[in-house]
Design a protein around this ligand. Structure first.
Ligand code: OAD
Ligand code: ZN
Length: 245
């Protein structure tokens, strides 16, 4: 079913990177950004996902993140997340995700770089005290810092903001040292995150794309598998088990 060259690569590989986007969580019921009913089809990012938007209307922005937290808290990792976690039995695996939903960690992956932050964490914009989401009191609008009264924001990357340097650097190093870089469920149009698979490619890693449709990355990929992440990843894991047994 899979390409012979790809199976050879799976046999030889030691270090594997999974670079993931919203598509891996789609089968858990979390909306993606750019599909037909993607979030950015209905909402304007500059009105919800920027620091200016937050300062203009902190309650609105906070409530939108609360809404997304509720969706995330009521969902579970899917077969794709679990397959990635199980790859750790066979390879040195690094997950590099653009998602803020924490589902890779909940599925059991241990080495994760989060390029766009994590919706479970929040911090005060004045004094940078950190708060986990569950420990914040449920308020109708934006919560205030217990130490200084400042506004608390989600620890996610908004438009116009820089990515967390340690996460990006760690991700880039892992990509450059990887033998295979899987690019799963991302449109690969948002930079600088989308540099990660390009860095892997330039350093000689074998790029395998898994997506339901072609993307910006398809022409750079060594191998493209078109299908749902929650179906394709478990199938690849089965091949790995055969190879390694
Ligand atoms: P997008 O919504 O841009 O892309 C989702 C991708 O997943 C598309 O290429 C779909 O074809 C694919 N897809 C959908 N369902 C799938 C499935 N079941 N299996 C496999 N693939 C599937 O999401 P991202 O690429 O993650 O940034 O978007 C990147 C960034 O843009 C996000 O991190 C977010 C957004 O603005 C920030 O919030 C900073
Ligand atoms: Zn504070």
């Amino acid at each position: 079913m899979f390409d012979k060259k790809f199976l050879e690569k799976l046999n030889e590989a030691k270090k594997i990177v999974f670079f993931t986007g919203a598509g891996i969580s789609a089968e858990s019921g979390i909306p993606t950004f750019r599909g037909a009913d993607g979030i950015w089809k209905k909402m304007k990012p500059e009105e919800l996902a920027s620091f200016d938007a937050f300062m203009r209307n902190p309650d609105l922005v906070w409530e939108w993140y609360q809404h997304r937290r509720n969706i995330i808290n009521n969902t579970k990792p899917n077969a794709g997340h679990y397959a990635i976690a199980e790859f750790e039995k066979y390879y040195d695996v690094t997950v590099v995700t653009q998602n803020i939903d924490n589902l890779h960690r909940r599925a059991g992956s241990t080495k994760i770089f989060e390029l766009h932050g994590n919706i479970e964490r929040n911090y005060c914009i004045n004094c940078r005290t950190f708060y986990n989401s569950p420990e914040l009191e449920i308020t109708s609008g934006v919560p205030k810092c217990k130490k200084c009264g400042g506004l608390i924001r989600p620890d996610v990357v908004w438009f116009g903001e820089v990515l967390p340097q340690d996460q990006f650097n760690g991700a880039e190093a892992a990509a450059e040292y990887s033998d295979i870089c899987f690019v799963v469920g991302t449109s690969a149009v948002v930079y600088p995150a989308a540099y990660i698979p390009m860095s892997a490619k330039q350093a000689g890693s074998y790029i395998v794309e898994i997506n339901i449709e072609p993307t910006e990355l398809t022409r750079y990929a060594d191998y493209s598998i078109f299908g749902k992440a929650g179906e394709v990843l478990p199938q690849i894991l089965e091949e790995v088990k055969k190879i390694k047994s």
